[in-house]
Design a binder for this molecule. Structure first.
Ligand code: NAD
Length: 424
C-alpha cells in the first residue's frame, strides 16, 4: 500500500504494480483519486500515465480514498508513507501531514505489517512514528527515495542504490523482497542513517551547485569562462563532472526544504552548522544576480517586453515549486518588465502563482513577437534545440539570457544573438 499519490507515491505505486506487486494507492484528495481511477494522472511525469493505465488494466493497481477504503481493498504486508513534508516556519520539516497520515492507519494495522518512511523525514522520525503507533508489533523502517522529477519512472525502475534503514533482519528481508526485481545494490543500515542519508545526498548536490555558482560569479568579474572551469574541475575523479552546472539557481520541492531541514535537525540536536544555510542563501541570491544581468542589458526595465521560455524547475515536469523561473519572473515584474511566458507542461501550475500578472503564450513562438529579449529558464529540449535563426529574426533586440547555462552559446552568437548568462 502507498499512502499519498504525489510525484513520489504514484511513481512508487505504479512502478511496483508494474513489477507484479498488488498495490493500493491511497490519497485524501477526492478529485485526484477519481482522476487516477480513470487512469488520468493530474500532474505531468513522463511515462507515468501509461504505467498507471497498465497497472489498472492488469488488476495490480487500485486507488482508494482514505485509509479505510484502502484497507478494504488490500491487506498489505508493507505500507509506504509518501505524503508531503513541507518546510515549517523555522526551516524544519513540518511533520503534521505525515503524522496525520500515520495516525489514519492506526485502526487498520495488523501485527507484522511494515510501515515505511518513503517521505523525506528528519533523522529520528522513525522513533516518533513508533510512539504515535503506541505498539511494538509494527515495524517502522526508512526507505528514502532518490528519484528526480522529469525522469522519475526510469529513476525508480533503474535506481543507483536502494537504501533500507532498519535494525530488524526480518523487516530488511521483507523490504528486499519488495525490490527483488531490481539489480541495484541494496544498502542496509540503521533507520537513523537511512533517514539522514537522504538529507546528506540532497544537501551535497545542492552544495555543489551553490559552490559552482559562487565561482561563476567570481569568474564573471575577472572574465573567466565557467564552462571551461567546469570541465577542468569535473575532470578530477575525486570531484566528478556531474552537478556542477551553474545558472540562476536550483529549485524544486526538495533541495531547498531538505537543506534547511538538515540544518534545523542539527540545531535541535545542539549542533550549529556554519556551512549548510549559506547553500540556500547563495541559491536565493543567484536569481537576483541573474536579474541584475537582465537589468544591466536594458538599464531600466520599466515597460521592457521580455519572453520567458520555461517555468518548471526541471525539464519534463510541470512542477513549479521553488522554481527559479517563478522567482526570476517575480523580480522582473517588480522591476516593471512586461512578461510573456511559455512552458510545454507547467502553464497551469504557474498560473496558480503568477495569476494575471503575465501573458501566457500558447506556444513558444507567439510570445517572441514584439519581445525585446528572451529568457530561457528551463532546459526543455524544444527550447535548447529551437530554431535560433527564427529567434534572431523575431526578437526586437538580439538578446538571449540563459538561466540554465544550457544553450549552445557559440552557435547562437554565430547567428548574431548575444547570449548572456552567469559565468559566460
Ligand atoms: P506531493 O505533495 O506531490 O504529494 C503528496 C500527496 O499526499 C498528495 O497527493 C496529498 O493529497 C497526499 N496526502 C496528504 N495527506 C494524506 C493522507 N493523510 N493520506 C493519504 N494521502 C495524503 O509530494 P511529493 O512531491 O510526492 O513528495 C512526497 C515526499 O517525498 C516528501 O517528503 C518529499 O520530500 C519526498 N520526495 C520527493 C521527491 C520529489 O522529487 N518530489 C523526491 C524524493 C523524495
Amino acid at each position: 500500500m502507498v499512502i499519498g499519490t504525489g510525484y513520489v507515491g504514484l511513481v512508487q505505486g505504479a512502478c511496483l504494480a508494474s513489477q507484479g506487486h498488488q498495490v493500493t494507492c491511497v490519497d485524501i484528495d477526492e478529485a485526484k483519486v477519481q482522476s487516477l481511477r480513470a487512469a488520468k494522472v493530474p500532474f505531468f511525469e513522463e511515462g507515468l500515465e501509461a504505467l498507471v493505465g497498465e497497472g489498472i488494466a492488469s488488476g495490480n493497481l487500485q486507488f482508494a480514498l482514505g485509509a479505510e477504503e484502502g484497507f478494504s481493498q488490500l491487506t498489505p504486508e508493507v505500507i509506504f508513507l509518501a505524503v508531503g513534508t513541507p518546510t515549517g516556519a523555522d526551516g524544519s520539516a513540518d511533520l503534521l501531514i505525515f503524522e496525520s497520515a500515520v495516525k489514519s492507519l492506526i485502526p487498520h494495522l495488523a501485527p507484522d505489517m511494515v510501515l515505511v518512511e518513503k517521505s523525506t523525514v528528519p533523522a529520528g522520525t522513525g522513533k516518533k512514528v513508533k510512539a504515535w503507533l503506541g505498539r511494538n508489533d509494527i515495524a517502522v523502517a526508512s526507505n528514502p527515495e532518490f528519484l528526480r522529477e522529469g525522469t522519475a519512472v526510469s529513476d525508480f525502475l533503474q535506481p543507483d542504490r536502494i537504501v533500507i534503514g532498519t535494525d530488524d533482519d526480518a523487516t530488511a528481508e521483507t523490504l528486499k523482497n519488495v525490490y527483488a526485481w531490481s539489480d541495484a545494490p541494496i544498502l542496509a543500515m540503521n533507520r537513523e542513517s537511512a533517514e539522514l542519508a537522504k538529507y546528506a545526498a540532497n544537501t551535497m548536490l545542492a552544495a555543489r551547485l551553490s559552490l559552482m555558482n559562487e565561482i561563476a560569479n567570481i569568474a564573471d568579474l575577472i572574465g573567466a569562462n565557467i564552462s571551461e572551469i567546469e570541465t577542468a574541475v569535473g575532470a578530477d575523479p575525486r570531484i566528478g563532472s556531474k552537478f556542477l552546472r551553474t545558472g540562476a539557481g536550483f529549485g524544486g520541492s526538495c533541495f531547498p526544504k531538505d537543506v534547511l531541514a538538515l540544518e534545523q535537525t542539527g540545531r535541535e540536536l545542539g549542533y550549529d552548522s556554519r556551512l549548510i544555510r549559506p547553500i540556500i542563501e547563495v541559491n536565493t541570491r543567484q536569481a537576483e544576480v541573474f536579474v541584475d544581468k537582465v537589468r544591466a542589458a536594458y538599464g531600466d526595465l520599466t515597460g521592457v517586453k521580455l519572453a520567458v521560455w520555461g517555468l518548471a524547475f526541471n525539464a519534463k515536469t510541470d512542477d513549479t515549486r521553488e522554481s527559479p523561473a517563478m522567482r526570476i519572473i517575480g523580480l522582473l515584474l517588480d522591476a516593471g518588465a512586461v512578461i510573456s511566458v511559455h512552458d510545454p507542461a507547467a502553464m497551469d501550475e504557474a498560473r496558480k502563482g503568477l495569476g494575471d500578472g503575465v501573458v501566457y503564450g500558447k506556444d513558444q513562438w507567439e510570445i517572441l513577437d514584439g519581445a525585446q529579449g528572451l529568457l530561457v529558464l528551463t532546459e526543455w529540449d524544444q527550447f535548447l534545440q529551437a530554431d535560433f535563426g527564427r529567434v534572431m529574426s523575431t526578437l526586437e533586440q538580439p538578446l538571449v539570457f540563459d538561466g540554465k547555462h544550457a544553450l549552445p552559446a557559440e552557435a547562437l552568437r554565430g547567428l548574431g544573438l548575444k547570449v548572456i548568462g552567469i559565468g559566460i
